[in-house]
Each structure stands twice: as C-alpha cells, then as structure tokens.
Ligand binder design. Sequence first.
Ligand code: SF4
Length: 220
Amino acid sequence: MLNLNQETPYDNLPLDDFKNTVLSCQQCELCHTRTNVVFGSGPIPCNLMIIGEGPGEQEDLQSLPFVGRSGKLLTKILEYVSINRDTDVFIANTVKCRPPNNRTPLQAEIDSCKPYLIRQIKLVKPKILLLLGSPSLKTILEETLTITKTRGKWYKTIVDYMSDPLYIMPLFHPSYLLRNSSQEEGKPKWLTWQDMKEVKSVLRFYEQNPVQVNKILVDT
Ligand code: SF4
C-alpha cells in the first residue's frame, strides 16, 4: 500500500499554487506530447474520489478528466447510484498528461506524477477512494494482483487527515466495460453495478454515521 501520509514537495503550497505547478509541469516525457495537463475536477474536499489511468484524446484536448466515451459511461454509472459527478466526487488520474496513442503510462511517468497524486488525496480528503483500472490499482495498493482478482474488494489504509481509515475499492475501468457491454448477471458491467451499489450504501452510511463506518465493512 502506498504511504499516503508521506511528505511531498507540494505539501505547503496553497491549492491554486499547487494546481499551477501541476499545469506547467515538465517532469516527465509526457510533457512533450500533451496538449493540456489534466489536473482533475470536482469539489475539494470531497467524501468520494476516483482515480483513473491517464487522460485520453478528449481529456487532453479539454483539460478535463473522463470526458470521452469512457467518461460518459462513468457519468452514467455514477448517476445509476445517484452520485452527481459535478458535486459528489473528485475525479483525477494516475498521470496528468496523455500518454501517446493512449498507451499505458510507463512506471517512470507514474513515479514522476505520484507526488501530485498524493498531494491531491491530502487536499481532497476522501473517505472512499475508487481505483479504475490497473495503473491506479498498482500505484495506490502497490498490488501485484490483477483488477479481476481485486475489483469489488475493500482495502483500507491509515491517513493523517481523519481518524477512520480510508477505504479503497478497485473497479473495472469504464473503457473495459465498453468492450464488455453485456449486462448479463456475473459479467463485468453487472458486477460494476453491484460494486457501485455497495459504494453508495457505504457513502450514505458514512455521511450519516461517520464514526461508525468501520462496523459495516469487512477487514481485508
Ligand atoms: S504526467 Fe505528471 S509528471 Fe509527467 S509531465 Fe505530466 S504532470 Fe508532469
């Protein structure tokens, strides 16, 4: 599990200065091929945070996360459990710049961007963190298991910004669901609906009973 309490060079920067630092970053090779840096979007702080892989073509053009086909599906998935993507969730990516041809981010690129992600989590202060796809799973959980083995399971870690642990669940990436669109019981899309229903129930419970959240979650 990544230590989310570790210091970053950006811990003392106010949000605007931090954001400007990210938007002008040239710390890895992706700065040469991006159109825009995609910082992330949503309220800060926020109980729910989603971390995807990296910007795609539309995200790179618009400087917003999850606005292409995958993004539309993500919006639909969130709406299915009455989560408003503009007001109820902060959405970010593991790397803030688009990898050429939407390839998987290289480890060096992920490592360069990691302090930004850690600082973002400290700012957003989520109570629940959802990991979409393999790069965010491997970055946050430092997990060698596949997304198929880990999706829908709760993990937890201690964070400095609250007394309760931060609960983390890996989910299938919407782009995977676009390629596997069957809604038949047991298929990836159906499993994701079930996962989201559980996320929503925990979110609701946490909002109403913040100190008791641990009691309804199974230790991992
Ligand atoms: S991916 Fe991250 S580290 Fe690399 S240039 Fe973009 S913001 Fe900087």
